[in-house]
Design a protein around this ligand. Structure first.
Ligand code: UDP
Length: 338
């Protein structure tokens, strides 16, 4: 059975991917330095998976640590999640974003290349498309990220593309995530942002549970059906299964690919508020505020290429995303520190 290295392994998407890989029969070696996640995740994974997670605490920017752990474990493929991900913060501290996101990528790729471990899955983002020219977004749509965070993802894709061109033994699966939300159906793992959430669903969850008074809706004058921003929200468990399919494809077939991981459906901010209120039975007070700088009106995927290449598509709807996010939030009102 193949073993998959997960960097940033105790983060939100990675922890769900860890469980999905186990469920598909893979072994996993996880690496994280807990700078943005909790060690509690490992206990929850052990409980849900019925096995002990193999875990190494390390910073992926630390070449000696990465090389040492690769000497200890036999790895067949890597899923590289480790990165900083706050769009707004990236504009305030761009060097930290370039250093972490690109420096970590270099360190991990160099260590893997030295060992000829060439199957590499990269966490990219729909943010690489910037302002969409037309919808839905296809993988050949024009790219042009508008934040330092987005540019670290776009540059990461380009660096990996150059690597695959130069090295016949290197294969990339570049996964452009749309808006991951929800939680594992058990309610035992989920998204646990530090401080005030930047993203819509965790903010709405914290309003529903009473941790925050009201949601600010960033603009209701967009050219969308109800004037609020439209996004392609995807259940984190669907996204996790997309990673498993991508790893399997790298093992089964030569070559590299870039795919959107989305549902193909857009929902507005007010759709999310209504769906979350229905799922939780709680009121979600909100106020309309000015647009948030850098936001686009609407963004959704054409997920057809992922279905064609990977035999994968998202199956969980917005009601299930909200129900699962609410189960996680209501059972763990303070996240992993509950
Ligand atoms: N949004 C909002 N209030 C918030 C957070 C987000 O109205 O507190 C809106 C945001 O303007 C966008 C959508 O919700 O239209 C999704 O934003 P999020 O930050 O979750 O993801 P993005 O697509 O920006 O990466």
């Amino acid at each position: 059975m193949a073993t998959v290295l997960l960097t940033g392994a105790t983060g939100y998407i990675a922890s769900h991917t860890w469980l999905a890989l186990w469920a598909a029969g893979f072994d996993v070696v996880g690496v994280d330095d807990f700078r943005n996640s909790s060690p509690q995740v490992l206990e929850r994974l052990a409980e849900l998976g019925g096995r002990t997670p193999v875990f190494e605490r390390a910073d992926v920017g630390d070449a000696a640590a990465v090389n040492a752990l690769l000497d200890r474990h036999r790895i067949d493929a890597t899923v590289h999640f480790a990165a900083l991900k706050a769009v707004g913060e990236s504009a305030e501290v761009p060097l930290a974003y370039y250093r972490n996101n690109l420096g970590g990528l270099f360190t991990v790729c160099e260590a893997l290349r030295a060992r000829r471990i060439g199957r590499f899955v990269f966490s990219s983002s729909a943010t690489v498309y910037g302002e969409p020219e037309r919808l839905p977004l296809v993988e050949t749509s024009r790219v042009g990220a508008t934040s330092p965070y987005g540019r670290t993802k776009l540059m990461g894709e380009q660096i990996l593309g150059d690597l695959a061109t130069a090295d016949a033994g290197w294969q990339n699966a570049i996964l452009r995530y749309f808006n991951p939300v929800g939680a594992h159906a058990s309610g035992r793992i989920g998204e646990d942002p530090r401080g005030t959430p930047n993203n819509l669903m965790p903010y709405v969850s914290q309003v529903a549970v009473g941790r925050r008074a009201s949601l600010s809706v960033w603009g209701n004058d967009y050219d969308t059906p109800d004037g609020t921003g439209v996004r392609d929200y995807i259940h984190v468990c669907d996204l996790a299964e997309g990673h498993v399919a991508a790893v399997q494809r790298l093992l089964d077939a030569p070559g590299s690919f870039t795919v959107n991981l989305g549902t193909g459906r857009g929902h507005s901010v007010l759709d999310v508020v209504a769906a979350f209120a229905a799922a939780s039975g709680r009121a979600i007070p909100y106020e309309i505020r000015p647009r948030r700088p850098g936001d686009v009106a609407a963004c959704w995927a054409d997920p057809g290429l992922a279905e064609q290449l990977l035999g994968w598509r998202a199956t969980r709807d917005l009601a299930s995303m909200c129900a699962d996010a609410w189960r996680w939030q209501s059972h763990n009102p303070n996240g992993y520190d509950t």
